[in-house]
Design a protein around this ligand. Structure first.
Ligand code: T1G
Length: 753
């Protein structure tokens, strides 16, 4: 427990009340640091294992060591406070440095603690007193930042008198990505240093800035090349004895702030953070800094922070944060499973997917061969790759040098030359089993032992593909999402024989390719597309039953999807689904209702955006509008099928589409095709533009309540039949036991711990 109050008098800190009596360690600290002034570097284990105090001559060094990211977990703020107090009280100390041990400065508050606060298990603590003490310290406190200073870490840095950054450091307030806002005066101190416009941008949109930009903005005072601590000590000596600039007292950048800054930010948040509350709260908090004195601004920030913290959106985004970090853990693949080296790659097919996959390897610095069957196809593929890179250069996202470097890593060719050197061969040919098997038989004959053979199939049976090779243990699915060089999701599809080393290697490779690898079982459509089937089916049934195409799209758009289901099909191309339906026609159950119109549209050559017509019609800018012909086709097809048409509510549209998704998710979770409900959420957040602030379909279902979901599913079964709406056994089991998908995951995690 921390001193409840402390006040600086001149150079020594008078601790008014100490609730936990000063331990011997404390007395030792004071004594020793006086001694340390004589140049003995001294690790004073006094504070706690999380924070230590040492000395570089007359400079005290407070080191935070709370791996993996020095989060402000319980005990850390308290120990920082004690260390600062000890150093400030030490006459031998002229200046104080705060630095992080390991790979980063402080990456923020401990996000794992938020749930305990929201559930009432723990009281909400504030960092504000610690930050005021740092700011009011009579000796200069220099924040030495490497890695990341994020959230509460940035707020600690802002309370310091000076900030020196390693050249690769990043600083930022990413709290909105967790559905909250800075809660320790970040919205009040940051505008005082970086200016109002930049502070609004950083707090409302959550993107960090690099060291150079931080220096230009006035956040950083110096960039240190080489040894950060040495550079910080030198800097500290330069400022020792000088007045300590308090960030909260710097008002010059607040004055005359243009109100249009806030209006523009709200407009942008309305576009890029549609449906999210935290960005608007962050804008309001920074705006408060321009209107209110510091303390009142902090109070307004705390109110807004509280509103966000207890919101469902924040729970959803925090769920997504940890879910994204959990997906790489495969219970039966031990952490220390040997990862195979991937130094060279080869891709078969330079089409839309093959080209994107090739770019992923080049972007990661891995030399990659890309093979096509004709010069024309190869040239077309390479032209798209070049155009994509040129576009990034034009937008300033990539330097010309980096583009040239990546292009140089790509070897386009028409033969299998060099494939025998590859560590991984990624196949991205036309989606047909016969062709896939032919290609896999060929590459099995060429590839070196230990080479991974990965198919980009989005539906086909991995075991059947592997059956034509003599190395099924090296075969699996690497299912990318279009555009493959942009979409972060990678479904890693496990075949019956796929080895653990190949799985571990794929998970590690996903990180190298800047992808989120999610393990999926070998079921038709794996996780994402398997669930998408019922979702799109219901969307089509709804228009047959009377809903307008636009209403179905709008309802899911308003729910938060980037676009409605029929608009998404028009974007992806209706011919993609058409080909797959033909491939699996033999699996259709006789007498079971299937959508009526999509095939008709395709037979007319209407594949959606790329042909200008599909469910909607599109102008030259691909802007959609109502297509009366499609509407007439739907009406006619429904009439001929004897489908009664009626007015359909927005709620029914959303529930039928989303609960079809969720129910199918529960089916494949029960079958073990997905390891965790959270994995399904990550698939949908990163592959299907499901709104992150809803947490994903399974998390959303938990917020609605599985009892309600099941009741709706059973209602739809009653109306549309068991062939279409059979409640998943897992869903029924969870409802019976009053549990949620989150509990299913917890049990899974406990079982595999
Ligand atoms: N709290 C708890 N655990 C954290 C954490 C945090 N802030 N940040 C990371 N971890 C865990 C993570 O779950 C993983 O665990 C391991 O550390 C490595 O993370 C008061 C209220 C810093 C850029 O939003 O963005 O401060 O899976 O895999 O890729 O106003 O982590 O190994 O068990 O992501 O190198 C604001 C969140 C908090 C930053 C490093 N801070 N973290 O990325 O490693 S709110 C953030 C990150 C706040 C104040 C408010 C990244 C990273 P495990 P990793 P990485």
């Amino acid at each position: 427990m921390e001193p409840s109050e402390a006040k600086w008098t001149g150079t020594s800190l008078t601790i008014l009340t100490i609730t936990d009596p000063p331990t011997d360690r404390h007395k030792i600290v004071t004594a020793r640091s006086a001694y340390a002034g004589r140049g003995v570097v001294d690790w004073l284990p006094a504070m706690s294992e999380l924070v230590s105090l040492s000395h570089e001559g007359d400079v005290a060094v407070v080191t935070i060591a709370n791996p993996p990211v020095n989060a402000l977990s319980p005990g850390v703020p308290e120990s920082i406070r004690r260390a600062i107090a000890a150093a400030a009280n030490d006459p031998a100390v002229a200046a104080i440095i705060v630095i992080g041990a390991g790979r980063t400065f402080i990456a923020g508050a401990d996000i794992r603690e938020f749930g305990k606060v929201v559930s009432g298990e723990k009281p909400r603590l504030t960092l504000l007193p610690l930050l005021l003490e740092i700011e009011d310290c009579p000796k200069p406190v220099v924040m030495a930042i490497h890695g990341t200073a994020f959230g509460g870490g940035m707020e600690v840095a802002l309370a310091g008198h000076y900030r020196v950054l390693a050249a690769s450091a990043q600083v930022g307030q990413p709290e909105v990505k967790l559905g909250i806002i800075p809660g320790a005066a970040g919205t009040q101190r940051l505008p005082r240093l970086a200016g109002v416009a930049k502070a609004v941008e950083m707090c409302a949109f959550g993107e960090p800035v690099g060291a150079q930009e931080a220096l230009a903005l006035g956040i950083a005072d110096r960039i240190i090349d080489g040894d950060l601590l040495a550079g910080a000590v030198a800097f500290a000596r330069e400022v020792a004895g000088k007045p300590c600039p308090k960030t909260r007292e710097r008002e010059e950048k607040l004055r005359g702030a243009d109100p249009a800054i806030f209006a523009r930010a709200r407009e942008q948040a309305g576009k890029t953070k549609r449906g999210q509350t935290a960005p608007l709260a962050a804008i309001e908090a920074v705006e408060a800094a321009t209107r209110l004195p510091f303390d009142e601004g902090c109070a307004r920030e705390a109110e807004l922070f509280g509103e966000c913290l207890y919101s469902t959106q924040s729970k959803a985004l925090i769920h997504a944060f940890f879910a994204e970090r959990a997906v790489s853990k495969i219970p039966d693949v031990p952490k220390d499973t040997a990862v195979l080296e991937i130094g060279r790659a080869a891709v078969i097919g330079a089409g839309t997917m093959g080209g994107g996959i090739t770019m992923n390897y080049a972007n990661a610095g891995i030399p990659v061969i890309v093979k096509e069957t004709s010069q024309e196809a190869l040239d077309r593929g390479m032209a798209i790759i070049r155009r994509n890179y040129a576009g990034s250069v034009k937008r300033g996202k990539l330097s010309q040098a980096a583009m040239d470097q990546r292009m140089a890593l790509i070897t386009p060719q028409l033969t299998y030359d060099g494939f025998d050197q590859a560590d991984i061969i990624a196949e991205a040919v036309f989606e047909g089993m016969a062709l896939k098997k032919q290609v896999f038989a060929e590459i099995d004959g060429i590839a070196k032992p230990g080479c991974i053979l990965a198919s980009n199939t989005s539906y086909l049976d991995i075991d059947e593909i592997a059956s034509v090779t003599r190395r099924p243990e090296m075969v699996l699915g690497h299912h990318y999402f279009s555009p493959a060089n942009v979409m972060r999701l990678l479904e890693i599809v496990r075949g019956r024989a796929t080895s653990k080393a190949v799985l571990a290697t794929s998970m590690a490779l996903a990180k190298r390719l800047n992808k989120i690898g999610v393990l999926a079982g070998n079921a038709r459509g794996f996780i994402g597309n398997r669930m998408l089937g019922p979702y799109l089916r219901e969307a089509q049934f709804l228009v047959e039953e009377g809903a307008a195409v636009e209403d179905v799209n709008q309802a899911l758009y308003d729910f938060g999807m980037a676009m409605g289901p029929l608009a998404m099909s028009d974007l992806a191309g209706l011919d993609v689904g058409w080909r797959i339906r033909k491939e699996f026609k033999h699996l259709e159950k006789p007498g079971v209702r299937v959508p009526l119109v999509a095939d008709q549209l395709c037979e007319m050559g209407r594949f959606g955006q790329k042909t200008g017509r599909g469910w909607s019609q599109y102008d030259e800018n691909r802007q959609p509008s109502h297509d009366p012909e499609t509407a007439a086709m739907i009406e006619r097809a429904a009439r001929e099928a004897g489908i009664e048409r009626r007015a359909i509510s927005r709620e029914e549209i959303v529930d039928r589409c989303l609960f079809a998704l969720v129910n199918e998710g529960a089916h494949l979770l029960g079958e073990g095709i997905a390891l965790r409900a959270a994995d399904i959420d990550i698939v949908y957040l990163n592959g299907y533009a499901f709104p992150a602030w809803r947490g994903g379909p399974m998390f959303y279902a938990d917020t609605v309540g599985l009892k309600t979901v099941l009741a709706r599913v059973e209602e739809f079964r009653g109306r549309h039949g068991a062939d279409l709406w059979t409640p998943a056994p897992l869903l029924m089991r969870l409802v019976e036991s009053g549990a949620a998908f989150a509990d299913f995951d917890k049990r899974g995690a406990a079982a595999s711990a």
